[in-house]
Design a protein around this ligand. Structure first.
Ligand code: IPD
Ligand code: CA
Ligand code: CA
Length: 270
């Protein structure tokens, strides 16, 4: 394993232990609402601190972009992108679908990824150019060729309803054109499931960098494609993301294209 990935795994497991310990008594946690329907608990903060302390120890000059602590040393050559607990709402309801997500960006390129599910003890990892793994076994996206036979993951809008109507019209089409839609509630795990071949594809509007950085590299290293709603590169900045095996990717784009508003198209370059 690449040494930087080894350290990221160490950090993710530490965060996972904090989360698992806290899950035994969620009622005792201090919870704050950041904005409407956006909750953060002391566990999110403690897990992020453990990740950053672990990585800072190993790499004192690296930068960090963490959901809870924001940016530090963002101009650094290496920047770690961290979601210490993806699926907080699930966690707070004892719904066992949440994870730790850690990615490394090197000069604008994603190079390392860890998504760790402490409930199932599933450790998804990838290093750019070296493939994607689940608990040390190589994983690949599905070979399914028809959207109609596919299971697709997604996320519903739940705190920002700007694009709710657009989303619902996409959803209506997608429901009819697939074998089924799933909304488990952790975007990082949804992407890991595409990489593992448990979903054939995934789409969601307006995610944040920390939700998708690690999962996207997993999908790419598992042979899948990641793009924005026109198949371009803006997904990492806009959070408008489609990820799937190559055949299904094209069919998801075809299905959502008729519904795209100007704000959901790729931003003009330059
Ligand atoms: C959320 C989850 C969810 C997605 C939301 C994210 P959080 O992350 O990934 O699946 O639909 O948009 O914000 O807030 O639990 O870290
Ligand atoms: Ca998240
Ligand atoms: Ca989070």
């Amino acid at each position: 394993m690449h040494p930087m990935l080894t350290n990221a795994v160490k950090a993710a497991r530490r965060a996972g232990n904090i989360i698992t310990h806290a899950s035994q008594d969620v009622g005792a946690l201090k919870i704050r609402s950041k904005t409407y329907n956006d909750f953060v608990s002391e566990v999110d903060h403690a897990a992020e601190r453990a990740i950053i302390d672990t990585l800072k120890d190993a790499y004192p000059t690296h930068g960090f972009l963490g959901e809870e602590s924001g940016n530090s040393n963002e101009e650094a050559e290496y920047v770690w992108i961290i979601d210490p607990l993806d699926g907080t709402t699930n966690f707070l309801h004892n719904f066992p679908q949440y994870c730790v997500s850690i990615a490394l960006m090197h000069r604008g390129q994603l190079t390392q990824a860890v998504v760790y599910d402490p409930n199932r003890n599933d450790l998804f990892t990838a290093t750019k150019g070296r493939g994607a793994f689940l608990n040390d076994r190589r994983i690949r996206v599905t070979g399914r060729t028809k959207l109609q036979e596919s299971i697709i993951g997604t996320g519903f809008p739940f705190r920002d309803f700007t694009h709710l109507d657009t989303y619902l019209s996409m959803f209506k089409d997608m429901v009819k054109k697939t074998s089924g839609i799933r909304r488990p509630g952790s975007a990082a795990l949804d992407l890991a499931y595409v990489a593992a071949g448990w979903f054939d594809g995934f789409w969601e509007i307006g995610l944040s960098k920390w939700d998708i950085a690690a999962g996207a590299l997993l999908v790419q290293e598992a042979g899948g494609i990641v793009g924005d709603f026109e198949g371009n590169e803006s997904w990492i900045d806009t959070g408008n993301i489609v990820a799937a095996n190559p055949k299904v990717f094209a069919q998801i784009l075809q299905t959502i294209t008729p519904h795209l508003t100007p704000e959901l198209k790729s931003p003009a370059r330059g």
